[in-house]
Design a protein around this ligand. Structure first.
Ligand SMILES: Cc1ncc(COP(=O)(O)O)c(C=O)c1O
Length: 407
């Protein structure tokens, strides 16, 4: 295996789960469903619940501290994304955030306008937008290649014109794993006057992107898959967030943060989510070097994962009873590896559990994708997903288990 840029033991020291006796020996390959929580996030949550569990933004010390902790999260997540804090909104989950956004777009778009959705997305960035058809919006589908599950830009070009106001697409599908060219998608959308809503849920655990580089107008991720608490994070271009009709209380119309998050999520989790940025800075420190810590963390995490996934891809390439979804080169994908097998994915996952491998099978709410690829969503795929804290030994453990269970 190529030398790893991140020392796994130094990385894992920041995750209490790795010191949890009940989890010792259990290799975690279900990270795309939710990652382990980083220590600074847990510490901030614990402190908030213990010391500042009061109404925030008030006049007494505990309340002032609570409000400051929450404000800090807007600033820290913005810094990691390389945007201003007024881009950042915290909602209960990505599914809830797109639900609210789609309602807001419903009041902003005009009958006859068109939007583009894909059949590669998790349903969270698909179904809510598709419902706009009932409000007179034309919904166009950017379709995957049924063989590879890939979204080709030529497919987008064929349906993009001046009627289109929104392109909703994934940065990375939670099944295909290929990293989509978001900068090019955004440039194409902007050229016809449309905005982009990018589901970054499956990409963000592998490094929060520089949004200035990506050019996305809306970028969503779920913090519980990025070492954080159960919150949905939205970065929205402030001009767009102001232009969309207010979805919150009428008297909060002038407060950008309140306009698109009517659920009012848990204050403690808002305070804790900024600690994800603290953890990313720790990753940068472990990686070494100089320059922007978030860029360094992103590169180190990607390099680590690319080195870790290579032996697994090599192994899978040699197996002819396995259909790998998405590209088989490490560079163009996240380490979210889905396999189409003769048996249902969940059946094989249950057998892997006996080898101390935590994985799962199913359709992972990407039902449209599986249907487009000719896979029964109830049969599903076996999904093996990992991140930078996974060790080479765990990859070896996984391959040994697969060798027994997929002979
Ligand atoms: C790619 C992708 N998008 C969106 C979601 C929905 O996120 P949430 O659970 O925060 O609603 C998921 C959840 O698994 C996902 O994998």
């Amino acid at each position: 295996m190529t030398a790893l840029p991140l020392d796994p033991s130094r990385i894992r020291a920041h995750f209490p789960a790795f010191a949890e006796p009940s989890l010792v020996g259990q290799a975690f390959f279900e990270n795309a469903g939710g990652s382990y929580t980083a220590r600074p996030v847990l510490d901030t949550l614990e402190h908030f619940y213990r010391a500042t569990k009061v109404q925030p933004y008030g006049v007494y010390p505990a309340s002032i501290e609570a409000g400051e902790a929450m404000n800090r999260s807007y600033e820290r997540i913005a810094e990691a994304f390389n945007v201003d804090p007024d881009w950042i909104h915290f909602g209960p989950s990505t599914s809830a955030n797109t639900y609210v956004l789609a309602n807001a777009f419903g009041g902003w778009l005009k009958p006859g306008d068109a939007i583009i959705v894909t059949n590669q997305d998790h349903e969270a960035n698909s179904g809510n937008w598709r419902r706009l058809a009932a409000r007179g919006i034309e919904v166009r589908e950017w379709q995957v290649d049924p063989q590879t599950g890939r979204l080709n830009l030529t497919g987008l070009d064929a349906i993009l014109d001046a009627k289109v106001r929104l392109v909703a697409a994934p940065h990375c599908s939670n099944i295909v794993g290929e990293i989509n060219p978001v900068a090019e998608i955004s440039a194409r959308a902007h050229a016809v006057g449309a905005v982009t809503a990018i589901d970054g849920v499956s990409y963000a655990p592998h490094g929060l992107p520089d949004l200035a580089e990506l050019g996305a107008d809306i970028y969503l991720f779920s913090a519980y898959k990025v070492y954080g608490p159960h919150l949905g994070v939205m970065a929205i271009r402030p001009e767009l967030a102001r232009a969309l009709p207010n979805q919150g209380h009428y008297f909060n119309d002038a407060k950008l943060r309140y306009r698109l998050t009517p659920a009012g999520p848990d204050h403690a989790q808002i305070a804790a989510v900024g600690a994800i940025a603290d953890y990313f800075e720790t990753v940068a420190e472990i990686a070494g070097g100089t320059g922007n810590p978030f860029a360094r963390a992103r590169k180190a995490m990607r390099d680590q994962e690319t080195a870790l996934v290579r032996p697994l891809l090599d192994y899978l390439r040699g197996k002819n009873n396995v259909r790998l979804v998405g590209p088989d080169d490490a560079e163009s994908r996240a380490p979210t590896i889905s396999l189409i097998l003769s048996e249902p994915g969940a059946t094989v996952a249950a057998r892997l559990a006996k080898h101390g491998v935590m994985a799962s099978g199913g359709n992972f709410y990407a039902v449209r994708l599986l249907e487009a690829m000719g896979v029964d969503p109830n049969h599903g795929v076996l999904r093996l997903s990992f991140v930078h804290y996974t060790t080479p030994e765990e990859i070896t453990q996984l391959i040994a288990a697969l060798d027994v269970e997929l002979p």
